[in-house]
Ligand binder design. Structure first.
Ligand SMILES: Cc1cc2nc3c(=O)[nH]c(=O)nc-3n(C[C@H](O)[C@H](O)[C@H](O)COP(=O)(O)OP(=O)(O)OC[C@H]3O[C@@H](n4cnc5c(N)ncnc54)[C@H](O)[C@@H]3O)c2cc1C
Length: 305
């Protein structure tokens, strides 16, 4: 049995919404297809009457800098993100997370929007978007467009607020790093790479004028909950503290006290994940801090899976 009958390639968001509305729930948005096609082939999902491919819609495939913000189309591929000099310099954690997703074949077609719309608790792209305080623009099936905090798109593990049979995730926006700001992403992955990480960690920091003290921090470590969340206790432990080993140790203590990763049959025990929290913080926090201090950021670890 075919997995779909009709394949549409709209050129605008409005056209995509109109096609989805016409099928009244029997069609679904597809971007890179790296998750959806597996769900259709092996996940026991019923075939769709139609797929609506959003990767030919210009506003969804563009990366635009507007003032100190970036507008990043939901259908931008992971490869395109890793090749953006703007994002490498000023949203380094996102480049580092997209650069380790799958292998080159997955990154060449898989999109940031698909990573978020699939609503997994530890999608690598989503982890960094949380640390960057990103918002997402949704075109709802009823024609409304709305900007929402990224977290508002998540209802539970694998459950999105979006109905991808009616709604389209259009773009993301977030502030690019300015003076005294930097970010980094680190993850632990099984060597044979079972699609999602054992644990991932994205950190963004803002330092004071002298670049010796944390003014603000956002830390996303996942999965530690059914949806991506900010590690607020870790952030609180950093704010106002000098950028030194004492702050790092305080952040690690706060993480251990507040985060409870669960065991996963395919990835790791809860105990191993708990240990890896420390490893990731020891890697990502000094790196983000150094980038904020020097203003220099070269993405690390790309393509290492
Ligand atoms: C071998 C392999 C390795 C992988 N490794 C990783 C990894 O290391 N880390 C990781 O995070 N992920 C990994 N993934 C998962 C996947 O590749 C990513 O989540 C990818 O970003 C999904 O994007 P996509 O464009 O392929 O989504 P698709 O498969 O096209 O879509 C996924 C879901 O989102 C919906 N959707 C997509 N775009 C939109 C939109 N714009 N609006 C509304 N709904 C939308 C679709 O309807 C579908 O429900 C891996 C997958 C494979 C097959």
């Amino acid at each position: 049995m075919p997995y779909w009958q009709y394949y549409h390639t709209p050129q605008t968001v409005e056209e995509a919404l109109a096609i989805l509305a016409r099928y009244n729930g029997a069609a679904q948005v597809i971007a890179g297809g790296t998750d959806l096609l597996i769900d259709l082939q092996y996940g026991g999902e019923p075939p769709r009457t139609a797929l609506v491919d959003v990767t030919r819609i210009p506003e969804m495939t563009a990366i635009n800098e507007v003032d100190d913000l970036v507008l990043l189309g939901a259908a931008v591929t992971h490869t395109a993100i890793t090749r953006s000099a703007l994002l490498e310099a000023r949203a380094t954690c996102l480049v580092e997370s997209c650069g380790v997703i799958g292998g080159p074949q997955v990154r060449n077609v898989g999109t940031l929007g698909g990573n978020v719309a699939h609503a997994l608790p530890a999608g690598d792209g989503a982890t960094s978007l949380m640390a960057l305080d990103a918002e997402a623009e949704v075109a709802w099936g009823d024609g409304r467009r709305e900007w929402l905090p990224l977290a508002a798109l998540y209802r539970g593990a694998g459950q999105s607020a979006l109905d991808s049979r009616r709604d389209v995730l259009v773009r993301f926006r977030f502030r690019l790093a300015g003076a005294g700001e930097g970010s980094a992403f680190k993850r632990v992955m099984r060597p044979q790479g079972v699609a999602l990480p054992v644990l991932g960690c994205a950190i963004w920091v803002k330092l004071d004028e002298n670049k010796t003290r944390y003014v603000d921090a956002r830390v996303c470590i996942g999965p530690v909950a059914p949806t991506p969340i900010l590690a607020t206790a870790v952030q609180d432990a950093l704010r106002g503290q000098p950028c030194d080993d004492t702050a790092l140790e305080a952040a690690i203590r706060a993480a251990h006290a507040s985060l409870r990763p669960r065991a996963s049959k395919y990835r790791a025990t809860a105990e191993y994940r708990q240990l890896m929290i420390e490893t990731l913080l020891r890697g990502a926090l000094p790196l983000a801090t150094r980038r904020a201090q020097t203003g220099q950021a070269r993405a690390e670890g790309l393509g290492l899976g």
